[in-house]
Design a protein around this ligand. Structure first.
Ligand SMILES: Cc1cc2nc3c(=O)[nH]c(=O)nc-3n(C[C@H](O)[C@H](O)[C@H](O)COP(=O)(O)OP(=O)(O)OC[C@H]3O[C@@H](n4cnc5c(N)ncnc54)[C@H](O)[C@@H]3O)c2cc1C
Length: 396
């Protein structure tokens, strides 16, 4: 690489990014303290007031271009917003998809579709935060999915089943990935799937049934059953058969934003653990004076800083319009592992109190665990790195 190539590389901000945005998010989150999240967690209830406040403050439309009523900010700003929500003890998963699911529409939708939906999504009047990809029988093997959308005149008829579709009950629009060409008729396994905008307000009760799934965390996730649901042909996004590549196009953004949430979680745990280790006195000394307590917290801090650096690199490449698949995937991998090990350390530091609901640590512990499974599991990221970055044979 020549010197001039080196200088063409995007630069990495090393200080706090978007300090004003972070400050406003912190101020907003201060109105939604641990008691708020705890009460919802007990009932597995949706944080409607928190989502309303974020929407009204304009944070959820950060990535929508100004022409459509959003703030047109770069992905680094969205990452800062989500990181701060998580660092405060909250959970952005209730609405993070409102930020990025619209990316498929923005990149591949027709001018009419964008005009019809994006301004409503930007104002929050339209919720587009449900994303229907995963199926019970095919799981991580997305290209093999079985839900079909069959063209019939001016509409498609959808039949099949999805699982783990989060926020479906709190979304007006669902971005659906369904098969439009049978598997044995496609040239490559990336073809034959299409993306649709499903209007949930019309669909539920008319071919779509939603069944909530109670999980170890408050995530409003559901199963969807499609039985002859009619979707107008004009709701197809982009070209028929190209839906899988449209979904892939949005994945780097999703990986980066999830990494930011995990970094926020890791910092929440490190903040809480180090504070407690300084004040809790046992055997006549603060527990943080013992290296058995101090070192794991220091290690968790180092891991979260390293994950943050990789996330900054992914963001810088993404914002410069350069390929960032490896960095976005590594950011998500490292951040989700850093948050999980910080969560474990935080529980250990708190002893019995780590298990008490009122400390919020056990709740955050449950929430942080998700990100090694969803939206993509750790093994799939390792397989991507092994195959696409290191050139080893495909393992599946
Ligand atoms: C709370 C929650 C919310 C979710 N929200 C959404 C959503 O809104 N929309 C949506 O579409 N999906 C959603 N998901 C689904 C999520 O993306 C999947 O759970 C995830 O991609 C893994 O798929 P799976 O559960 O079918 O696991 P499987 O594919 O069955 O895999 C099980 C395990 O085996 C491993 N494995 C499988 N194959 C291989 C292989 N070849 N090599 C090595 N390891 C392998 C996996 O890594 C995983 O650890 C959500 C999941 C959860 C739990």
């Amino acid at each position: 690489m020549s010197h001039s190539d080196e200088f063409d590389q995007p630069s990495l901000p090393l200080g706090e990014t978007y300090p004003e945005i972070r400050e406003s998010v912190r101020a907003l989150c201060a109105d939604f303290p641990g008691e708020y999240w705890r009460a919802l967690d007990r009932e597995r209830a949706y944080p409607a007031d928190f989502v309303k406040a974020l929407t009204e403050a304009g944070f959820l439309s950060a990535l929508i271009p100004e022409d459509y009523g959003g703030s047109g900010l770069p992905i680094g700003a969205a990452a800062a917003i989500l990181e701060e929500i998580h660092r405060s003890g909250g959970n952005g998963a209730a609405c993070h998809a409102q930020m990025y699911t619209m990316g498929t529409l923005l990149r591949h939708g027709s001018p009419e579709q964008k005009k019809a939906y994006l301004p409503g999504i930007a104002s929050g009047e339209l919720r587009m935060q449900a994303f229907g990809v995963t199926e019970p029988t095919t799981g991580s093997d997305t290209t093999q999915l079985r839900t079909t959308a069959t063209r019939d005149g001016d509409h498609y008829v959808v039949n099949g089943q999805k699982v783990w579709i989060s926020r479906a009950e709190h979304s007006d629009l669902l971005l659906l990935l369904a098969r439009t060409t049978p598997k044995d008729q496609v040239r490559s396994r990336r073809e034959g799937l299409s993306t649709f905008l499903v209007d949930m307000r019309e669909a539920v009760g008319n071919g779509l049934t939603i069944r909530p799934i109670r999980t170890m965390l408050n995530h409003a996730t559901t199963e969807l059953f499609f039985d002859g649901l009619k979707v107008p042909a004009e709701n197809l996004i982009g070209a028929e058969g190209q839906g899988f590549s449209y979904i892939l196009d949005g994945m780097n953004a999703e990986r980066i934003l999830i990494a930011a949430e995990s970094i926020g979680d890791a910092r929440f745990f490190v903040d809480r653990a180090s504070a407690y280790a300084k004040e809790r006195v046992v055997f006549g000394r603060p527990i943080g004076q013992n290296q058995g307590i101090q070192f794991p917290i220091a290690r968790a801090y180092a891991a979260s800083e390293a994950a943050d650096l990789m996330t900054r690199k992914a963001i810088a490449l993404f914002e410069a319009g350069k390929p960032c698949g490896p960095e976005a995937n590594m950011a998500k991998l490292l951040a989700s592992e850093a948050s999980w090990s910080a969560a474990d350390t935080c529980i250990q530091t708190h002893g019995g109190f780590g298990f008490a609901e009122e400390y919020d640590i056990e709740r955050k512990f449950r929430e942080a665990r998700l990100y090694q499974v969803a939206p993509i599991s750790t093994n799939m990221i390792l397989a991507y790195i092994g195959q696409h970055v290191l050139g080893m044979p495909r393992s599946y």
